[in-house]
Design a protein around this ligand. Structure first.
Ligand SMILES: Cc1cc2nc3c(=O)[nH]c(=O)nc-3n(C[C@H](O)[C@H](O)[C@H](O)COP(=O)(O)O)c2cc1C
Ligand SMILES: CC(C)CC(=O)C(=O)O
Length: 416
């Protein structure tokens, strides 16, 4: 086991260490939630309502934290959630995250809006790619591509075909962004990707490029004709106009036209048997049922880390309804607010098969690049292993709702 970083023994300490290492624009963009931030805050605090019922005298000397995802062994039931533009946190960005995931045996979700191409990330994560000198025996890890399905289908189709060719196992279609949430600091800072970074998967294509577009690396710069509503007003009740011009996240990520029948069917056709189709951003039993009826391979219960609909339920509170509706027919994962190994245990006890971690990975990246991401994953993995042992479980599959109670405001303790 690598020595502890005595400055950083918890995710809260990692957050504090990362704070001073990011410029204000990046820090605000990464850390904030939509509007008042109530859902952001509750995603974490809601975990306190659930308490663990530990069992004892069970010989917990051999604990196996591993689980399987996309046919691969993952060292823990934890993956790195897709988060955009990681070079803002550290100059090696997604490359550093990918190396860390590979070393730690953890699946990596890659944002469509990454600052590294999907091919470069897949190379690092693959069996023969990026073998580090100090760990020549590490196995490759699978990747999932997070997808914002653009109104320009050709652009999305090209991206999906590239992901398939690069060996991505799944597409995670983000479904909670018909509009971008109102993130006030982002608006106030007039956030945009600095010109020396690229949204790498959509590098300019000379033939498609509008000749009137500025010759600038920044994908957020647009001519007045192309300009879509500003971030401050991009959903102020105006008529929807499909985006044109260069792909930027402010113009292309949100897509209010997405719908079950047309889009999931299309996506499954393009992904074919090679890549699974998951939906990321489900929060209700009704939508979980629709997802199954439309043949998706899995669900991520998510509210986008509290960055979209402020006032939405904490994901850990939304999870039981989704689990109840799915009834084991497809895997259900959850993300949002997970900051402790015990949170991972609670999510699994409530029925999730796997969890994904967003901001803590960005904090690790900002703190120490690849080493910081490894630290982040190690902290959560170590805490989770300890929690399993102290709760009396030795296999991930053992973790069920008999290990949990829910405490309401009056202090009433209910078995689940
Ligand atoms: C800075 C940042 C960028 C994100 N970018 C994306 C993205 O490109 N696509 C996506 O589906 N979700 C994105 N997310 C949401 C994450 O995938 C995930 O749902 C969320 O971060 C989980 O919550 P947590 O940060 O509390 O762990 C982003 C989140 C953050 C914080
Ligand atoms: C490309 C962006 C829309 C990334 C994102 O999902 C976010 O900032 O929450």
């Amino acid at each position: 086991m690598p020595p502890h970083d005595l400055n950083c023994l918890t995710i809260a300490e990692l957050e504090a260490l990362a704070y001073t290492r990011m410029d204000k624009q990046t820090r605000d963009y990464y850390n904030e939630g939509a509007d008042s931030g109530s859902t952001l805050q509750e995603n974490s605090s809601a975990y306190a309502k659930y308490r663990i019922r530990p069992r004892v005298l069970r010989d917990v000397s051999a604990i196996d934290t591993s689980t399987s995802i996309f046919g691969h062994k993952n060292s823990v039931p934890i993956g790195v959630a897709p988060t955009a533009m990681q070079r803002l946190a550290h100059h090696e960005g997604e490359e550093a995250t990918a190396r860390a995931c590979r070393n730690m045996g953890v699946v990596m979700g890659l944002s469509s809006f990454s600052t590294t191409t999907l091919e470069d990330v897949a190379n690092i994560c693959s069996d023969d790619g990026g073998a580090s000198d100090e760990k020549p025996d590490v196995q490759g890890v699978p990747n999932a591509l997070q997808l914002y399905l653009f109104e320009d289908r050709e652009e999305s189709r090209r991206l999906i075909e590239r992901a398939k060719k690069a060996g991505f196992r799944a597409v995670f279609l983000t479904v909670d962004t018909p509009y971008l949430g109102r993130r006030n600091l982002e608006i106030r800072n007039q956030f945009k990707l600095p010109p020396h970074f690229k949204v790498a998967n959509f590098a300019p294509d000379e033939e498609k490029q509008d000749p009137s577009a500025p010759n600038d690396d920044s994908r957020d710069v647009q001519t007045p004709r192309q300009r879509r509503p500003s971030i401050a007003s991009h959903h102020d009740g105006e008529k929807h106009v499909p985006p044109s011009g260069p792909v930027t996240f402010h113009t292309h990520a949100a897509n209010p036209t997405l719908s079950w029948d047309r889009d999931i069917t299309w996506l499954k056709g393009i992904c074919g048997p090679e890549m699974q189709v998951w939906v990321k951003g489900i929060a209700t039993g009704e939508d979980a049922e629709l997802a199954i009826r439309h043949g998706v391979d899995g669900i991520v219960v998510s509210n986008h880390g509290g960055r979209q609909l402020d006032g939405a339920m904490a994901t850990i509170d939304a999870l039981p309804e989704v689990i109840g509706a799915v009834r084991g027919r497809i895997p259900v994962h959850v993300d949002g607010g997970i900051r402790h190994g015990t949170d991972v245990f609670k999510a699994l006890a409530l029925g999730a098969d796997f969890v994904w971690i967003g901001r803590p990975v960005l904090w690790g990246l900002a703190y120490k690049g690849q080493e910081g991401v490894e630290l982040c994953l190690r902290l959560l993995a170590d805490e989770f292993r300890l929690c399993m042992g102290l709760a009396g479980t030795v296999k991930v599959g053992d973790i069920g709702k008999e290990y949990l109670v829910k405490i309401d405001k009056s202090g009433f303790v209910a078995r689940l």
